[in-house]
Design a protein around this ligand. Sequence first.
Ligand SMILES: NC(=O)c1ccc[n+]([C@@H]2O[C@H](COP(=O)([O-])OP(=O)(O)OC[C@H]3O[C@@H](n4cnc5c(N)ncnc54)[C@H](OP(=O)(O)O)[C@@H]3O)[C@@H](O)[C@H]2O)c1
Length: 403
Amino acid sequence: MNRILARARRARVRPPRRAARAALFDRAVAEFFMRLALREAAKGLGRTSPNPAVGAVLVRAGRVVARGHHARAGGPHAEVVAIRAAGARARGADLYTTLEPCDHYGKTPPCSIAVIEAGVRRVFVGSADPNPLVNGKGIARLRGAGVEVAEDVLRGECDALNAHWFKYIRERRPYVTLKAAVTLDGRIATRTGDARWVTGEAARRWVHRLRDRVDAVLVGAGTARADDPLLTTRLAGGRGRDAVRVVLDTDLRLPSRLALLNPRSPAPTLVAHASARTRRVRPGVELLRCKRGKGGVDLRDLLAKLAARGVTHLLVEGGARVHARFLEEGLVDRVAVLVAPKLAGADGVPLLAGRGPARMADALRLDEVQVERIGEDVLVIGRPVPAARPARPRARRAPARGR
Ligand SMILES: NC(=O)c1ccc[n+]([C@@H]2O[C@H](COP(=O)([O-])OP(=O)(O)OC[C@H]3O[C@@H](n4cnc5c(N)ncnc54)[C@H](OP(=O)(O)O)[C@@H]3O)[C@@H](O)[C@H]2O)c1
């Protein structure tokens, strides 16, 4: 009797344990290959807009047989690049792709069909594609054709890689990263407006890598005048590409000698203004007329216009008034502040112009904070969250007097 019970207990307990271990193993394997696909995808950052950055790997018998990434809008999608590279080895293989395969005819035919025709056995997907033209249709077609599909593999990482593109698809505006370099006492420049340089070389290299991954870089007229920046991407060995440069110049008053208005870059400079008049500009410079808003150019209107030009990720690089307006308007998705071990004094230029809140409880807070040391500086990255105002008790109506 005891033996029978023991056997029954074993029968009930062991198989699920083995199944759970196998599931854990399968998940670890899937995540391992999805990480490779993510690495592929990252190669396209800053080069694919208005498309997302996507990576794919094809795996057979535990070995990577091909990799691919989407390199530029209009070019083949990551899955197709990998399938072409694999040739006959794609048959029976597993495909790991950071984004759901597309299912519509755009500049290229649907990836879902290419995957089916190549004879891929299983597809592992990271992010779902919110694009209304896809939105589950790619996965449905694959399953309909008998391809096994596993969804949400490293979904968090895959979503984060394309946070800018999700913002653009859902809200038709670019994702905005606000980046600044400050001293320990929160100054972005000295009292004379000198900001060269707040941080060390390693941090400045990091900024160039960031520029390399965004579609556009923006500064205000104050920074254009004070720093006369190039806003190009200077990476070792001439790598990297320049983003579109945007300068806010409400009434087109910036002096024409500025470097931004005399570009030697394949990427254009856009002068965002709100003036009824116009001015002559050099080749490579374009005037972008926007509505007039608080502080000068209406930032929401500008973002809508940049999105219409396919800008999915905008890097705001100062100065103090521009930072303040973007944050006040709630238009910043990510703040990246490089803190240098220096002190510039109370009369230096602050990170944010204007008046701050009266109470610390109302200070703008960052969440999802990451901290990293870069050379002698410290990088703090976070997502701004507006202070939650405590609900005020409703004012009781004063009792009627005199009766
Ligand atoms: N350490 C760093 O990371 C860093 C980075 C950048 C700059 N900086 C420093 O910051 C200082 C410049 O800051 P700043 O506050 O004087 O100037 P700013 O923020 O660069 O530019 C402000 C100007 O931009 C124009 N503008 C147009 N539309 C705007 C809008 N919607 N919101 C805000 N501005 C708008 C306005 O000039 P118009 O009316 O003429 O259009 C405004 O006065 C410089 O000293 C520079 O060196 C430091």
